[in-house]
Design a protein around this ligand. Structure first.
Ligand SMILES: O=C(O)C1=N[C@H](C(=O)O)C[C@H](O)C1
Length: 297
């Protein structure tokens, strides 16, 4: 697939006051970010509290996102997979033809060797109905992968990209970006580091905080892609504090607090073991939004 450029917004799962999923609010969020220029959305990312949804809820979330992406002709990425190969293959088999790619975590908790990780993705790519994006997030999976391992994954047929979320820009990120596999997209997955990632050649980002300032993140990606360094730097410096504020507490608690304060979702509720963000954290993020509103050209 060639559509892995630009900003992809992983959507939160809004809850109604009775605890059910607020599908109408989810649909509106999807429409908003696509209208504001996002290349696509991610359903069932970490941001969606996927682990706290049941199978029916997960299916219904994907249905809503599929419908909106179809109408907008936009890219739909769906989070799928777990820490074993058989279960991950079953999750992938359930994805429909309108899913552009699946975002599959490096197997967490089990602690396979790098060769085991490559064998895992090789087995999944062989059976998956859709292309795979490797979700590399060592602070969640407990498994660090070096640039050579990521290149091996990127060389597998059917593996089209990586969401790189190592908590910053480390030597392996620089190594990978200096010599990525052919037709392999490196996507920034740590919101506060997206601007330097794009400067190094990443093709875009999967960024939960982009739901709060979609047009500005899109313009950031466009500016780096066009080589407008001055504009890109300025926007990056303006957006970084928002991303930092959005992640001051476990994702997506602050983002939900902000969206609720803006009237975009019915409650700021999250499901256990997450707890709602403190009001001070939500206020700190909210305070940054007015000065961003004038930042787009
Ligand atoms: O759900 C996602 O995809 C993202 N999750 C990350 C996280 O919660 O660690 C953050 C990133 O913005 C996208």
């Amino acid at each position: 697939m060639s559509a892995l450029h630009g900003i992809f917004v992983p959507l939160i799962t809004p809850f109604a006051t009775d605890g059910s999923v607020a599908f109408d609010a989810l649909e509106q969020l999807a429409r908003d970010v696509l209208a504001d220029g996002a290349t696509g959305i991610v359903a069932l990312g970490t941001t969606a509290e996927s682990a706290a949804l049941d199978n029916d809820e997960r299916r219904a979330v994907v249905d809503v996102c599929t419908r909106v992406c179809r109408e907008h002709r936009s890219t739909l990425i769906v989070g799928a997979g777990a820490n074993d190969t058989r279960g991950s293959a079953a999750a992938l088999a359930a994805l429909g033809p309108e899913v552009s790619a699946a975002m599959v975590p490096v197997p967490y908790f089990t602690r396979p060797t790098p060769a085991g990780v490559v064998a895992h993705f090789s087995a999944l790519a062989a059976v998956s109905p859709v292309p795979l994006i490797v979700y590399h997030v060592p602070y969640r999976t407990g498994l660090d992968l070096d640039a050579d391992c990521l290149r091996a994954l990127g060389g597998l047929p059917g593996v089209v990209g990586v969401k790189y979320s190592a908590g910053g820009i480390d030597g392996d990120a620089i190594d990978l970006l200096s010599d990525p596999p052919r037709d392999f997209a490196v996507l920034a997955g740590d919101d506060a580091f997206v601007s330097p990632f794009l400067a190094l050649g990443a093709s875009g980002g999967i960024l939960a905080s982009a739901v709060l300032a979609t047009r500005q993140f899109v313009e950031l990606a466009d500016a780096w892609s066009a080589g407008d360094v001055a504009r890109a730097r300025e926007l990056g410096h303006r957006l970084t504090p928002l991303s930092a504020a959005a992640f001051a507490e476990p994702n997506p608690t602050v983002i939900k607090g902000v969206l609720h304060a803006q009237g975009r979702i019915p409650t700021p509720d999250v499901r256990l073991p997450l707890l709602p963000a403190r009001q001070a954290s939500v206020d700190a993020a909210l305070m940054l939004l007015p000065r961003l509103a004038g930042a787009v050209q």
